[in-house]
Design a protein around this ligand. Structure first.
Ligand code: FAD
Length: 451
């Protein structure tokens, strides 16, 4: 039987093992951490995350979608919490389209279970990959508990060991003409758990992603199945009035929340007591190329780690699997052809999802409060509702379709300029009645032209 080694049984590695089993491979899946299904370890990065079309497409294709759907919570739009305590709601799509809040640990566990149940995936935990011999297809490991070193030779090696991939660092970065960049953004993040009410009910509407946009920083909240919300405060580390380095005492934390997030503070007056339960973490964008040498290839965050503001990192990693599996169907075991086609197809999309993620941070922390942005979104959504075949807003391209990310990015820029001209040309204002706006849209789009 053909043998494959996967380094890292995170979200992408576990999913990819299932795809490889389908393709007739015997898989060794090695993970540096203990088995998260048996040990209550932190799932890392974020407790829950948003899954959208691309993620569901991959999960459905290996039969995991319906298992995850049972506990996934639809978020139909964003609830914006204004500084004065009022809220407004902005839908994400049309016809009840939603992104879904899911547990990182649950998806990962379900995928590991499915991979194991195929009978053709062997999982090794506490096994840290120290490097790869990319000429001989040998992966080297060290056991965390006893320091025992071992190696595995296989036909092909997949590095799904995340943003700080040791395969990339220890092996690929030593190769000639391997390009690499790692850029930290000025902001970090801290998670905060907003508990359920005493009766288990939610303290906020559970079917939306909550945002407290405050210009240079923001707080967001995503629902969890048992009534709590995982909230994340994104904020500069330093150099601003509101920054992590200025939050030195409980008093500082309380003062920030009272002043900037007063409605949240009312829901969680114990915020300062729980402040130290989660660390302050940093965020980076990592670009590299090529993504393969011989029979070793990078996938997911190891290839294109991004900042989390579009909720697309996992979705993009899952799409890597969908695309690579499609190429395997075309090229069979010709890994050279597969990997060349894969990196050619996916690198522009990795770059684009990173650009889109950065762009969406500005939107989330600031623009969602801007009346011009709100008007433009309203008009765009209406055009999309009335002419769904003619017009797809950028958010829908990214979250509700599998249009390539780089196409979405380019099309989004073009549409943004067109939409601004359209609003200006037709003097559309926020005070106009919906019927008036519809009339203008029909007049222009009936002729299939926007401007
Ligand atoms: C705060 C935050 C919020 C996010 N929210 C979203 C969201 O809403 N939606 C979304 O789509 N994405 C989101 N993301 C991005 C998402 O978390 C990542 O894109 C995703 O986890 C990538 O999966 P991966 O399998 O490539 O890497 P990882 O999930 O990082 O998995 C890598 C695995 O490899 C293991 N490993 C590492 N080094 C070694 C080694 N040397 N040997 C063996 N094993 C190793 C690790 O322990 C880990 O299990 C978010 C990220 C952050 C930081």
């Amino acid at each position: 039987m053909k043998q494959a080694t996967i380094i890292g049984s995170g979200l992408v590695g576990s999913l990819w093992a299932i795809y490889l089993n389908k393709a007739g491979y015997k898989v060794n899946l090695l993970e540096r951490r203990p088995d998260m299904r048996k040990n209550p370890i932190s799932a890392g990065k974020s407790i829950n995350l948003a899954i959208s079309y691309r993620g569901w497409k991959a999960l459905d294709s290996i039969g995991a979608g319906d298992i995850i759907r049972k506990s996934a919570i639809p978020m139909y739009g964003r609830t914006v919490h204004h500084p004065d305590g009022t809220c407004s709601f902005q839908t994400y799509g049309i016809n009840n389209q939603a992104i879904y809040s899911v547990s990182r640990g649950e998806i990962n566990s379900v995928l590991m279970d499915l991979a194991e149940s195929s009978g053709n995936t062997e999982l090794y935990f506490d096994s840290y990959c120290t490097g790869i011999d990319m000429n001989k297809n040998i992966a080297y490991f060290e056991h965390n508990n006893n320091g025992v070193k071992f190696d595995i030779k296989s036909d092909v090696i997949f590095a799904t060991d995340g943003a700080f991939s040791s395969v990339r660092y220890n092996s690929m970065q030593k190769m000639d003409r391997f390009s690499y960049s790692q850029n930290y953004i000025d902001d970090g993040y801290k998670e905060i758990i907003l508990p359920a009410n005493a009766d288990g009910s939610y303290k906020l509407d559970k079917n939306s992603l909550h945002i407290w946009p405050r210009g240079r920083f923001m707080l967001i909240a995503l629902p969890n199945p048992e009534g709590s919300f995982t909230c994340t405060l994104f904020m500069p580390f330093e150099g601003h009035k509101y920054c992590f380095n200025n939050l030195k005492t409980k008093h500082d934390v309380i003062a920030l929340f009272r002043e900037m997030f007063s409605d949240f503070y009312d829901l969680m007056p114990e915020i300062a007591e729980t402040w130290d339960e989660h660390p302050i973490s940093s965020l980076a964008i990592i670009r590299c190329f090529p993504w393969h040498f011989n029979q070793t290839v990078l996938m997911g965050d190891a290839a294109h780690a991004t900042v989390p503001f579009y909720g697309q990192g996992m979705n993009a990693g899952f799409e890597d699997c969908t695309v690579l599996f499609g190429l395997m169907e075309k090229f069979g075991d010709d890994w050279k052809a597969c990997f060349e086609a894969y990196e050619k197809l996916r690198k522009p999309n990795g770059d684009a999802v990173q650009d889109l993620s950065l762009q969406n941070y500005l939107i989330m922390r600031d623009k969602v409060n801007d009346p011009n942005f709100i008007l433009q979104q309203k008009v765009e959504k209406r055009i999309h509702e009335l002419y769904p075949d003619l017009y797809l807003p950028l958010y829908s391209m990214v979250s509700f379709s599998d249009i390539e990310y780089h196409t979405a990015l380019e099309q989004g820029k073009k549409q943004d300029a067109e939409m601004k001209s359209f609003i200006e040309k037709h003097q559309i204002t926020a005070s106009m009645k919906d019927e008036q706006i519809d009339k203008i849209i029909h007049k222009a789009l009936g002729k299939e032209i926007l401007v």
